[in-house]
Design a binder for this molecule. Structure first.
Ligand SMILES: NC(=O)c1ccc[n+]([C@@H]2O[C@H](COP(=O)([O-])OP(=O)(O)OC[C@H]3O[C@@H](n4cnc5c(N)ncnc54)[C@H](OP(=O)(O)O)[C@@H]3O)[C@@H](O)[C@H]2O)c1
Length: 269
């Protein structure tokens, strides 16, 4: 029985992992929310790893892209220092790390999907703080999976994509941006890929793992409205109504070839 501990388990990916964990009978799971273990506290991490685990999945992160611009300290605390605290303890106990990162480490100026080896160049603070976390892992660990993803949505999340897939009041006008191209990623699908990488013993390294369909937020909104038979009006916001402080990569698309090739060779459940 493989023992898996999940940190940041109260977030949308953590909850998705929790939901699908029952399908992985060969593993036992230990879910820790921020209240139970904060990665800001090395003491709490040390205490947790007095127990032996086979792998640690880190879903803990500062994820508010907008607020990060003015909360630099908090963003770096979770996304860099927290990762560093975790890495120190995992190294000591020889425990592999599965860390979740983001397509926002790239600048979005390419016009073909980003591969794992592309050079990062984040254009917002969240992206820079997440890259700082990746760099700590790359510098210190050999046994790691860094799984980069993008535009994650789920029934638990509170982001643009999640909100659309939940309840929208019929009178609500949906404001949806139409220049940034990305690939919405269902949290449950991401969770499954993360567990399968580990269970199937994939070679350690960086993996891109996102949805397969390129679209803008506007096209996503159109699809959801149509699929759910809603009558909401969808509007493209102008710079004032959009109110975005953080810059976003225009072409925010990851190339999933590496992970897909691995899963084609090894049959995930
Ligand atoms: N959502 C996306 O579109 C997206 C895209 C690309 C990559 N990612 C990455 O995917 C991972 C999971 O994201 P998500 O969508 O599940 O985000 P989420 O819903 O915001 O979950 C993140 C969780 O981490 C917790 N957390 C924050 N600081 C912590 C700390 N110091 N110690 C322990 N837990 C802490 C948060 O708790 P509180 O809410 O109580 O602060 C929250 O429960 C993150 O690494 C994120 O960077 C997400």
């Amino acid at each position: 029985m493989k023992k898996i501990v999940v940190l940041g388990a109260g977030g949308q990916l953590g909850k998705a992992l929790q939901e699908i964990s029952t399908q992985y009978g060969e593993c036992s799971f230990f879910f820790k929310s921020k209240k139970e273990v904060t990665i800001l506290s090395k003491e709490q991490i040390k205490k947790l790893f007095q127990e032996k685990f086979d792998v640690c999945i880190n879903c803990a992160a500062y994820t508010d892209v907008e607020k990060a611009e003015t909360n630099e300290k908090e963003a770096y605390a979770a996304n860099e220092i927290g990762v560093s605290n975790l890495v120190d303890v995992l190294l000591k106990h020889n425990i592999p790390l599965i860390h979740v990162s983001t397509s926002y480490i790239f600048d979005g100026t390419k016009n073909t999907p980003y591969i794992e080896e592309d050079t990062p160049n984040p254009i917002n603070l969240y992206g820079r703080s997440k890259l700082a976390g990746e760099e700590i892992i790359l510098k210190n660990l050999k046994d790691y999976y860094i799984v980069r993803t993008s535009w994650v949505y789920s029934k638990w999340g509170n982001n643009f994509f999640s909100r659309l897939t939940k309840n929208i009041a019929p009178e609500e006008t949906i404001l949806a941006e139409n220049t940034q191209i990305g690939t919405p990623t269902k949290a449950e699908k991401l969770a499954r890929s993360i567990l399968d990488l580990f269970v199937l013993n994939a070679p350690y390294g960086i993996y891109h793992c996102s949805g397969s369909k390129k679209m803008t937020a506007y096209t996503f909104a159109q699809k959801i409205v149509k699929k759910r038979n809603l009558s909401n009006k969808i509007m493209i916001p102008n710079a004032t109504t959009l109110k975005q402080v953080a810059k976003r990569p225009v072409f925010d698309v990851l190339d999933n070839h590496k992970i897909n090739t691995f899963f084609k060779k090894h049959n995930p459940q």
